[in-house]
Design a protein around this ligand. Structure first.
Ligand code: FAD
Length: 453
């Protein structure tokens, strides 16, 4: 009996072999596709469905690619020939909301924005806010360790998860972590699973750490600078001033022009880079004034708005970056992160790489936490070797500046060849051995993260 037939026998109609489902599972939002169609997509609706799938996969040594909404940018959810796709999208219930404990227990398939719409009714909020929050799942956010615009002030996924329910490769269910604010019993396996990109197990439940919705006013500042370096230096000055913005985003001149063009807005002044900064909470207005002074002293042309709709419109310009880049061609969206004080130096490196490789690399940055998204644009489906050479230079520059290959998107298949460069051989081997303990048969997302291409 084939593995698909065994799954059908055990799970019935949730085993999908339609052409549309198999084709869709070949690619995430990175623009990269696997070499062919996977065997089947299993639309799990319960923990038992996931356990049964993993038992059959283990018995037959069949690789499994867990999949949320497929919005990932590292090719980590791409499935190919001989592989099963285990979708957790239908597991989308909120199981519990406890306002007094500031926790929620959810299934992995719920969309980030849908969860936050539910929580808002109780005056609560789960802070991680990837720009993809309307379309990405909480399970995917956890498995990638996602960040977002607000994370400089409110933290990333890693700061907002207390416990996880995990189905192992052999089908066993484990409850990791705790429901209390504190908890240091044994090793922190919850943290280990966060950002593990479907290589250690299937997240089937999550106990999330909530916050109360922020009350008070908010302000949005924009500041224009004659160069991206000056804008980056100004963000370091804001950080050094001790005022903590909720959002601090930087767009270089090419990105700003592309987004304005994409949104059919009047063109910005050529060569000008822009900062968009939001303050919130009871001290929002005072903090906005202090940040405006710092930006002005750093040479910025500053405007401040307290109008909520206008503020949202200004942030929408930053949020439209992905669409603007996609309109220019195939995009390799990079994701390096450096210490905040090294942001200006990283922009110098990008300028050097642009000159050395004859490229234009439109770049935006979550400047509040030093995470840059340089975009390589090209034609056709495959990344040309010349672009990989420039990307290689970019990664090495970030690491040299004390930074990392990926701030929030993950390693997936696109960056696995650089993983050992950052970790060093000993740590790479230790991590690979840890993966083997969770998944001795190597059936969970093979070819991703720990593969050396
Ligand atoms: C327009 C756009 C904007 C984006 N903005 C941001 C941003 O601001 N910040 C950011 O961090 N990312 C961003 N992303 C990337 C992406 O949305 C995130 O990585 C997101 O967390 C992926 O969630 P997903 O549900 O789509 O997961 P998928 O893409 O389906 O999967 C991603 C990885 O998670 C694993 N996985 C998924 N579900 C589970 C599960 N239940 N158990 C175990 N493993 C699982 C998969 O195997 C894969 O390795 C953006 C993407 C787009 C398209």
């Amino acid at each position: 009996m084939t593995v698909t037939a065994a799954l059908r026998d055990a799970l019935g109609d949730i085993v999908d072999v339609s052409e549309a489902a198999l084709e869709a599972a070949r690619a995430d939002s990175s623009g990269h596709r696997s070499s062919g169609r996977p065997l089947a997509v299993i639309h799990a609706a319960t923990v038992a469905d996931v356990q049964q799938t993993m038992r059959i996969a283990s018995q037959t040594h069949t690789p499994v690619v867990v999949r949320g909404a497929g919005t990932g940018l590292a090719g980590a959810a791409n499935a190919g020939p001989g592989e099963l796709v285990l979708s957790t999208v239908r597991m989308n219930r909120v199981l519990e909301i406890r306002a007094e404990d500031l926790i929620a227990v959810v299934e992995p398939g719920i969309l980030n924005a849908a969860l936050n719409a539910r929580l808002a009714a109780d005056g609560l909020w789960w802070p991680p806010d990837p720009a993809s929050r309307d379309i990405s799942t909480v399970g995917g956010n956890i498995a990638t360790g996602a960040g977002g615009l607000l994370c400089a002030k409110y933290g990333v996924v890693r700061d907002a998860v207390l416990g996880l329910d995990l189905v192992l490769a052999d089908g066993r269910l484990m409850h990791l972590g705790h429901r209390s604010v504190k908890g240091v019993t044994g090793l922190d396996l919850t943290s280990l699973v966060i950002g593990s990109e479907g290589t250690l197990g299937v997240v089937v439940g999550a106990t999330l750490k909530l916050r109360r919705l922020v009350t008070g006013e908010s302000s949005v500042l924009t500041a224009l600078f004659p160069s991206v370096r000056a804008a980056a230096a100004a963000t370091a000055a804001v950080t050094a001033s001790g005022v903590q913005p909720a959002i601090m985003e930087l767009m270089d001149a090419v990105s700003l022009a592309a987004v304005h063009d994409h949104l059919r807005l009047p063109a910005p002044m050529p060569g000008v880079a822009q900062l968009t900064i939001q303050t919130d909470g009871p001290a929002a207005l005072v903090e906005a004034d202090r940040i405006a002074e710092t930006l002005f002293a750093a040479g910025g042309e500053v405007t401040v708005t307290r109008d909520v709709a206008e503020g949202a419109q200004l942030l929408a310009i930053r949020r439209a970056m992905h669409g603007a880049m996609a309109a220019l061609g195939t995009t390799l969206i990079e994701d390096v992160s450096v210490p905040r004080s090294a942001l200006a130096a990283m922009f110098d490196e990008i300028a050097r790489i642009e000159a050395a490789y004859g490229l234009t690399i439109p770049t935006v940055a979550h400047a509040g936490d030093g995470n840059l998204h340089p975009n390589f644009i090209f034609e056709g489906p495959d990344v040309p070797e010349s672009i990989w050479a420039a990307a290689d230079d970019l990664f090495r520059s970030a690491i040299r500046l004390g930074g990392t290959l990926t701030g929030e998107h993950g390693i997936g298949m696109l960056k696995s060849r650089w993983l050992a460069d950052e970790l060093g051989e000993d740590q790479w081997e230790l991590q690979r051995q840890i993966k083997q303990v969770f998944d001795p048969l190597g059936i969970l997302n093979p070819g991703k993260v720990f593969a050396r291409a």
